[in-house]
Design a protein. Structure first.
Length: 867
């Protein structure tokens, strides 16, 4: 084979693969959240398991009263053992409940409650800081020291006296007395004790109002989270999913800080309350990773934010296991620096980036919230519901702003996609016009312009369904190959078309209505040497014997055209639809088999006709011996660059000089070898022969040179064919890219599943795959586009009248466009003259093959040629 061809590329498989990759990328940030939470839970259970504690009794208990609070950096046990609650080492907390910062040791707070009335005073000591890990209180009275129930978010919720998120201890102060309360606080976050005295009614009322407004904000945040996930999925931009990570981290952090998590969601799993060490770094990671996807940052700022993310990830890993200097304080410093850096970047891009204003407002909101929370932890502002929720409010506002920005992005994307859809429709119309031209090409044979095999089979199949009897005549022109070799492809094709036109006229004039029409033509072309016509048996203008004799006389007459006078040596096979088959394919096969009989001009198919094919049987019997004896040998025809004529590769063309029958055309025995399953050894011989000859050619033409060998559909279906090819290459020390495997368009369509799988394996191994004789079959363009191809060989029939026929020029350009769309090297076969070669030079990167440059030569002849 000496040619190949392009196809329309179907992008459905590629689009599906890209969608799967985008979904996988979307889940990666969310999987990070899950992994971080699981790690945090494990670290809490291993490194921060609390001591067992008793639970206290429930008592009942006047408006909220603030108390003066002092503190010392000593543990409660030290104070009680040494009776140190009255010494001078206590410091006054300037603001009630102000934070002391991030401490690695416990702090103990003290305050007095005095009852000057004559009645016992019932109160609730309330600490509205649900995020504190451990609070151990004690009461000191005249009667002695009383240990009160220990609480903290590291203990199960049922250890609480009241079923509320804040810490509550009921106390009763005797008449005309005072009680000193000591509260030891240990916390992985900021150490503080915002304490007040309240009645049960005021506690419930304040909890309800706080719950309402925070639930509203959380609801907005949850809605924004769902909206963000939906938008990310619609836009297929997984990087925006980091905003979802930020929202999830914010919601989880606030559930812990406000105590709503242990109160409502996980009362039996106190380890979950330690997840602040995980969720806060996640917030930093999320905002750093989201920024480049939303703002489109240059490489350097993106790498800086990636570095900050890695540091936050390190803190995420180390904070739960309490490594020194790797805690929330360090995280606040890093987060603040990152926010300032991001804000500076965004402010610079306010005028150039459409969504920078959204991001600037969001970063400012986060920064204000983070600053407020930070100064609360070191005592610069009091601890209350607002300061406790400052970070939550800031990040919630930021998340909603960013979601609004993403929503605007979605609208822009929808407008862009609408515009793209309009362009796609216009492109579809253009492709439809091109495909219409190509469809016309699909139902006609490239060489003759007559209806092809597809039309022939469809027409005959319709007659079968209608029950119409017919006789099919298949005419094989045995001498076409010899005429082509003698006169060249173009001259042989011109003579063939003239001959078929005369035959068509003869059939119409002789048989009239009895002649079956294929798209208004009396003849159909199966391949370059085989043509067919059919006659209706019920309207024949005479007896069958007389009709057959008339056909024989016309076919046996010498063909005279200009200065040429010769015989095509036609061989006609006849099959009757009523006798020889149940389908058009069966009838065509029978007629084709009968036409193989070269002993007479016309042969009626007979089940015993195989006996008359002794020559072909002998050939098949001699095939194995011919491979080893040297009767089968290899010629090489160069593939050259059309622009400069330099040789780029060689196609290996197999030849057989039989000791009895002489030179046998490949068309006379290769199809038969495929039919009987003997083609695989031939392919292996050709592969080994080409590998043996490659070093000789490479030495003369350069080591870039490649050799192309033809393979069949049967080769592709052989188990382990790819491994056999690679083993042969390795044994000869040849790189895979120096071998091109050519397979015809018709062959790949015989079993597309197996062919696609094997071609994929061969391509992955580095071999080049070429589609040969493109345009001579009737394959699906979408199917061919799914194969891993490297080279497209356009059939020589495309060059027919190419210099003078505008329609053929347009079809040829379409073929090139399709090849370019598939990013394939394109080789044009059958370049026979200088005019055609010069015309082809207008197309850059095109390769050619044909008699104009060289006939097929043996190795010795090739070495005598210039590289």
């Amino acid at each position: 084979m000496d040619s190949e061809h392009p196809t329309f590329s179907s992008l459905a498989g590629a689009r599906a693969e890209r969608f799967q990759r985008s979904i996988a990328a979307l889940w990666r940030p969310l999987l990070l959240v899950i992994a971080a939470i699981l790690y945090g839970l494990l670290a809490q259970s291993v490194f921060n398991a609390p001591d067992d504690i008793p639970s206290g009794p429930v008592t009942s208990g006047t408006p909220a009263d603030t108390v003066r609070v002092d503190y010392t950096m000593r543990s409660l046990d030290q104070i009680l053992t040494g009776r140190l609650w009255q010494d001078d080492l206590w410091q006054h907390a300037e603001r009630s409940g102000s934070g002391l910062g991030y401490l690695t040791h416990p702090a103990t707070f003290r305050f007095h409650i005095e009852n000057r009335s004559a009645q016992p005073m019932d109160r609730l000591i309330v600490v509205p800081a649900p995020f504190l890990d451990h609070i151990a209180p004690a009461a000191v009275t005249r009667e002695g020291i009383t240990r009160m129930p220990v609480m903290g978010d590291q203990y199960p919720f049922n250890n609480r006296i009241y079923d509320l998120p804040q810490w509550v201890w009921p106390v009763t102060i005797a008449p005309h007395s005072s009680t000193l309360f000591l509260f030891e606080v240990r916390n992985s976050g900021p150490t503080m004790l915002p304490v007040s005295l309240q009645t049960p009614e005021s506690v419930v009322g304040s909890s309800a109002s706080t719950l309402v407004w925070k639930a509203f904000v959380s609801g907005l945040l949850g809605f924004a989270l769902l909206l963000n996930l939906m938008i990310v999925t619609l836009l297929r931009r997984p990087g925006l999913a980091w905003l979802s990570v930020l929202m999830i981290s914010i919601i989880l952090s606030q559930l812990i800080l406000e105590g709503f998590g242990p109160w409502l969601l996980w009362p039996e799993y106190p380890a979950a309350n330690g997840l602040l060490s995980v969720t806060l770094p996640l917030c930093v990671i999320a905002i750093c990773q989201f920024t480049p996807h939303f703002i489109d940052l240059p490489r350097k700022p993106s790498r800086i934010l990636d570095a900050v993310s890695l540091i936050a990830l390190l803190l995420l890993v180390t904070t739960p296991i309490q490594i020194p200097y790797m805690g929330q304080g360090t995280l606040l410093i890093i987060a603040g620096s990152a926010l300032l850096y991001i804000l500076a970047i965004v402010l610079k891009r306010l005028r150039t980036h459409l969504y920078a204003r959204y991001y600037a407002l969001a970063v400012i909101a986060i920064f204000i919230g983070a600053i407020t929370s930070s100064v609360r932890t070191v005592g610069l502002v009091p601890v209350n519901s607002l300061t406790n929720s400052a970070f939550f409010l800031g990040t919630a506002i930021a998340s909603i702003l960013l979601t609004m920005g993403i929503g605007q992005l979605l609208l822009e994307e929808r407008r862009r996609r609408l515009s793209a859809s309009i362009q796609a429709r216009q492109e579809k119309l253009r492709r439809t016009r091109l495909k219409a031209d190509y469809d016309q090409l699909l139902v006609t044979h490239q060489n003759t312009g007559l209806p092809n095999r597809l039309v022939l089979e469809d027409t005959l199949e319709d007659m079968h369904r209608r029950g119409e009897r017919y006789s099919l005549y298949l005419v094989r022109l045995e001498y076409f190959s010899q005429i082509e070799q003698s006169l060249g492809y173009q001259a042989a094709t011109n003579l063939l078309n003239s001959y078929l036109a005369r035959l068509n006229d003869f059939l119409r004039e002789t048989f009239g209505e009895a002649l079956v029409r294929f798209n208004h033509q009396g003849l159909a072309t199966i391949d370059i040497t085989s043509h067919a016509f059919a006659l209706r048996n019920n309207v024949l203008p005479g007896r069958p014997a007389a009709i057959q004799q008339a056909i024989i006389q016309w076919l046996e007459a010498s063909y005279i055209e200009g200065r040429y006078a010769f015989s095509w040596h036609p061989s006609v096979g006849v099959a009757d639809s009523a006798i020889h088959g149940k389908s058009a394919a069966d009838i065509l096969s029978c007629a084709g088999f009968a036409a193989l009989d070269q002993g007479q001009t016309l042969t009626l198919y007979d089940s015993d006709i195989a006996e008359q094919q002794l020559r072909k049987q002998v050939l098949m019997l001699d095939l194995e011996n011919a491979l080893s004896s040297g009767d089968i040998y290899m010629l090489y025809q160069p593939k050259v660059s059309v622009r400069d004529g330099k040789t780029a590769a060689f196609e290996a063309l197999i030849r057989w000089h039989h000791r009895e029958f002489g030179l046998i055309s490949p068309d006379q025995w290769i199809p038969l070898a495929e039919q009987v399953g003997a083609i695989y050894p031939v392919t292996l011989w050709a592969l080994d022969r080409a590998c043996r000859d490659w070093p000789v050619l490479a030495e003369h033409y350069g080591h870039h040179i490649a050799i192309a060998i033809n393979i069949s559909a049967q080769d592709l279906s052989q188990p382990g064919f790819d491994q056999t090819v690679l083993a042969t290459l390795q044994s000869h020390q040849i790189e895979p890219q120096n071998l091109i495997l050519e397979i015809t368009e018709t062959s790949v369509m015989s079993d597309t599943g197996k062919a696609r799988a094997m071609i994929h394996q061969l391509s992955r191994a580095g071999l080049q795959i070429a589609l040969d004789d493109f345009g001579t079959g009737h394959s699906s363009l979408g199917t061919l586009a799914s194969f891993d191809l490297d080279e497209l060989k356009i059939d020589r029939s495309f060059l027919e009248d190419i210099l003078t026929n505008p329609i053929r020029q347009r079809i040829f350009r379409t073929a090139l466009e399709l090849g370019d769309a598939l990013k394939l090297n394109i080789v044009v076969e059958g370049v026979e003259n200088e005019a055609t070669a010069c015309w082809l030079q207008q197309f850059p990167g095109l390769y050619g093959q044909g008699f104009y440059w060289s006939r097929p030569l043996n190795i010795k002849q090739l070495l005598e040629c210039s590289p």
